[in-house]
Design a protein around this ligand. Sequence first.
Ligand code: F6R
Length: 609
Amino acid sequence: MCGIVGYIGRRHALPIILDGLKRLEYRGYDSSGVAIITDKGLSIKRKKGKINDLIHHIEHESINGTTGLGHTRWATHGKPSDENAHPHRAGDVVVVHNGIIENYTELRALLQEKGHHFKSETDTEIIAHLVEDHLKSGASFEDAVLASVRQLRGSFALGVLSVRNPDRLIAVREASPLVIGFGNNETIFASDMPAILPYTNRMLFMLDGTIAVITADEVRLMDFNGAALPVHPKQFDISPAMAEKGGYKHFMQKEIFEQPQAITDTLRDRLLFDTRDIDLKDAGIDHKLVHALKRINFVACGTSYHAGLTGKYIIEEMTGIPVDVEVASEFRYRTPLVSTDTLTVAISQSGETADTLAAIRLAKKNGSRVLSICNVIDSTLARESDHVLYTHAGPEISVASTKAFTSQLVSIYLLAIHIGRSLGRLSKQQAASFFDTLVAIPALLDTLLKQEDRIIAIAKQYAKHRDFLYLGRGISYPVALEGALKLKEISYIHAEGYPAGEIKHGPIALVNEDMPVVFVAVQGRVYEKIKNNMEEVKARDGRIISFTNADNAGIRDLSDELFVLPAIDELFTPILSIVPLQLLAYHIAVMNGTDVDQPKNLAKSVTVE
Ligand code: F6R
């Protein structure tokens, strides 16, 4: 999604804004632009393509000024082009925007009647014209912005500047994230923390329906009625290095290798080593809540949805509570059967995914309590949930989610063991044994990651194939879905995930020597069944790549390639088996020369519907 950076202070704004935009590149974008108030007037530069294209475009110009706005655009209204790139200008007013203005057609018509002319196809340009219109009627800059936002419907994070008010910037938040960083004689605001971290750790996440009037030394907050709000920035314990590549070729590779640490950090403080019990006090999941539960309902999107699907197997097995799992974009437009005895569990790395937010609002309206499993402290999802179980994966920059997924799984294990114990469904001994398994996972992952070369060798053989099938059964079925998603999103190779038992009902028609079939075949209750499915694929000349913890002659004979996973209790296998699939997708994408961290058409944080 779009990225916003605003700077006002004593230093040159342009390099700080460009650096901030680069740090937000992971959000996904197709054009970028800057507006700087210089001593010679306003300078606006916009370019389709990457930020480097913009830098190249302005490298011979001197654009000096200490106040400015920058933007990376992910097209919604109007194709990616120089003209549609932000910032947009009307007279003295400049606007950058993340989100969608739903009533822009009406507003545009209204403004056209008043004689305004538009140069782009965007919904954003109308905002600049609205503010200009109010300024022309004599309103102050602040009042003009206030009056304008009250006319807008939709989701919008805005940065606004007025050349006639060069000592201030205005930021607005309504259903799209914005963070303000409080520096020394400088203030920087952005769509996400990485753009701010090199300058300050003192930050404030703006709330929906608020406006910030920002100078170099002061921030004033108000609601859309103009009523003043308190300003309480917090200190965040994150270093800029956590959002850098640290010697790896891509963020995705770094984040895959960070998984043992991310899991350790997510487990930390929740494991009671004396009693081998789980403590979820931080999320407020107490005995009373657990005993009132009749149903758990996961809502999420993409990879987080796959964590929810895996969670169904884990929670039903460990707690006996029925679990439903639904993609948030479907849930939000149904009449869902949730009530006061349902716990809706929203899973989201970013905590800003629009569909997931809409789903929890609907669940709450229907009386359900909401627990979120979320990676971003103070995100909208976290704030709107009754309970939050934070994953501590650290900033995830690559668009393809990896360490967030395994940290989400860890949180689900913690939740399931905790509920299972509370309900007496798990004996003390069983819970203690699961506790030991959780503790052992980071070291097992370290061993697994040391076998990256084996994955590279497999990737080399199959990188040029254009279609893959991923098959799993039981708890490995969501792993197959997630493995296929990883491959398609970063390599643009068609990959389909399927429950292996279903192939004879359709997909087996596709199988031939050109179709690599990835099997996730772990020991447990459906191991013999999935071996039968391998036989079916083999009989049709399919090429089999197996990921298995059952290293025996039978499976070796069936497999063209075999990757051996460490042995672990069947319920915990997904957290290990997904990792080589992440690496396989990563190396195939690298071999195909795609933009691994920012795949085309994708955005990291999907803040629009
Ligand atoms: C895939 C991926 C997406 C996200 C999805 C939800 O690798 O990253 O499918 O999982 O957009 O995002 P969050 O978890 O931030 O709600």
